[in-house]
Design a protein around this ligand. Structure first.
Ligand code: FAD
Length: 524
């Protein structure tokens, strides 16, 4: 039977505005809204695959399978396709990081040029969170519209799926069968587990955007030292609050080039962030209203207590694999990631998995690509997907992008490593107005040390680029493409042959050209 969602006039075409209202209603009252079905009753074929979870992996896998001529169904407990990225992860992270960059600029130039006096001013965290919450359904609506009207995807939304066996799920009271299942269940934040973690005012990235209902006072404690901890911590700091970061091991260990990591961390400290490495949060103590009031911390220098009404925990994500393990017995690793081969096949025949549920790297590129590889494998193509040598980025108050080897790793592997970087080594420190480009021009002229850092790591023998690192703004896009060229063996000479759009956020092209004439490459 045809089960296609229709608008109020009974027509099956739904506008983006219609979707927006429908999603908002369903988020406000999921049970009252009921399941949202788009199943084509005229297509009598069995489903080739059911994607359980409609995030990046499930939606892209669905679209690809459909494009290949297969029949798919995607099921999500939320009333929209697209998953956690636009709902509580990448998109709010980018909004907060943009605020951090804007606020750092405003605070640096406070009271000068056209900038208002920000001295002692704390700006609202809650207003930005509310802004996100109000606006996020726009992206959800576009994805539902695109999935239904343009990609011809079949779905059941606003309805959790229960996996019955390797070919069947139950959703919205119906048992549905397919030739294959694709587990695209995503991940969930690792919850803080110390006495007091259930107190009001203790948040992670999911609860922050759903339940923040007060304005945090003046001190924020951030637990964690990875991407999310730093991204959210820098935003809280930029709002004018004291931010104390509790890092069990090393902050930003993910950035493998030592100088780049040091530049990023030094600028965080310069913005007033307090960083305790080797520190463990042992307890949170509440006030009489049940809100967090103090954090008790073990540091290498001894125990410390920090007064705070807002704790943000960013301990990483855990694959959301439990239900699949219980229903199917799929094999997982010690972190709970579903084990798959290069065809995205799990240990259970006919069951595939993609996205965060298969573990690191938990990034959008892998979720989307692995979803499409699962689709291709299901249609009989011999595929091989194993993420390797991907470019990466994170936000501090800046955008930090990188690819390939850092200087230390390159020196351990190659005998003749040449470095081209900006600013150059300078005995008097960083006060040189370069690099300068988009969004760092004001810093370059007024506070040169804040105008960024960039480095290319080269093998002097083969002249090949081994790695590239950038702290600034606007270079992330270039890294996507540069990474492909580096993997294909890009040399310093080829880099110098490119045509720069000057002033370019990465100065790599013109710096490479300055050195490319040398037979024996030297540092710059
Ligand atoms: C704070 C934060 C910021 C991030 N920022 C970035 C970034 O800037 N760039 C980047 O590349 N990556 C970023 N990521 C990572 C990125 O968000 C994930 O890698 C990506 O969203 C994973 O997609 P997925 O499809 O595997 O999972 P999800 O998008 O989480 O999809 C899983 C889906 O499964 C559904 N589901 C679960 N159980 C059931 C069930 N029983 N029945 C029906 N549906 C179910 C869920 O509702 C969800 O929609 C960030 C992550 C975090 C935490």
């Amino acid at each position: 039977m045809d089960q296609r969602i229709a608008n109020d006039s009974g027509e099956s075409f739904l506008t983006i505005e219609h979707w927006k209202k429908r999603i908002e209603d369903a988020l406000a009252a999921p049970d009252a809204a009921g399941p949202i079905r788009n199943i084509n009753g005229e297509d009598q074929r069995e489903f080739d695959a059911i994607f359980v979870g409609g995030g990046a992996a499930g939606r892209f896998g669905s679209a690809y399978l459909r494009a290949l001529g297969g029949r798919q169904l995607v099921v999500d407990r939320w009333p929209f396709l697209g998953g956690s990225c636009p709902h509580n992860a990448c998109v709010p992270h980018h909004l907060f990081s943009e605020c951090a960059a804007e606020l750092m600029l405003a605070r640096t130039f406070s009271g000068s040029l056209w900038f208002p006096d920000m001295n002692g001013r704390i700006t609202s965290i809650k207003e930005v969170v509310d802004l996100f919450r109000r606006g996020r359904t726009g992206a959800h609506a576009i994805m539902n519209y695109q999935s239904k009207e343009q990609l011809d995807i079949e779905f059941v939304l606003n309805a959790p799926a229960q996996i019955l066996d390797a070919h069947r799920i139950e959703v919205a009271g119906e048992v549905i069968r397919a030739r294959a299942l694709v587990l695209a269940l995503g991940s969930e934040p690792i919850r803080l587990d110390v006495p007091g973690s259930a107190l009001k005012g203790v948040h992670d990235y999911t609860t922050l955007v759903e339940t923040l209902d007060y304005e945090p006072a003046d001190t924020v404690v951030v637990v964690g030292g990875g991407k999310t901890a730093v991204e959210y911590g820098c935003f809280f700091n930029a709002t004018g609050r004291r931010v104390v970061m509790l890092v069990r091991n090393r902050l930003l260990d993910i950035v493998k080039d030592g100088e780049t990591r040091a530049y990023a961390i030094d600028r965080m400290r310069e913005q007033g962030m307090e960083i305790f490495e080797g520190a463990t949060l042992t307890a949170l103590i509440g006030d009489t209203s049940g809100r967090v009031a103090r954090a008790v911390v073990e540091t290498p220098a001894g125990p410390v207590e920090i007064a705070t009404d807002f704790v943000f925990a960013a301990l990483g994500e855990r694959p959301h694999s439990q239900a699949a393990v219980e229903a199917l017995g799929v094999a997982i690793d010690e972190k709970g990631a579903v084990l798959v081969d290069e065809q995205m096949q799990t240990s259970v025949p006919g069951v595939y998995a993609a996205g965060d549920v298969i573990g690191a790297p938990m990034e959008m590129f892998k979720a989307r690509k692995s979803g499409t590889y699962a689709a291709r494998a299901i249609t009989g193509e011999k595929v091989s997907y194993k993420p390797a040598d991907w470019p990466d980025f994170l936000h501090t108050h800046y955008e930090v992008s990188w690819l390939g080897l850092g200087e230390e790793e390159a020196r351990a592997r190659y005998r003749n490593v040449v470095i081209v970087k900006m600013p150059p080594d300078n005995p008097n420190g960083l006060d040189i107005g370069l690099p300068a480009s988009d969004r760092t021009m004001l810093y370059a002229f007024a506070r040169p040390r804040l105008s960024g850092f960039q480095k290319v790591v080269i093998d002097g023998d083969t002249r090949r680029v081994l790695g590239a690192y950038h702290v600034g703004y606007g270079a992330k896009d270039a890294f996507q493409y540069l990474n492909v060229l580096v993997r294909r063996g890009l040399t310093v000479d080829e880099l110098g042959e490119m045509d720069e759009l000057f002033l370019n956020p990465t100065h790599f092209i013109q710096l490479a050209r300055l050195r490319a004439g040398q037979r024996e490459l030297q540092n710059l």
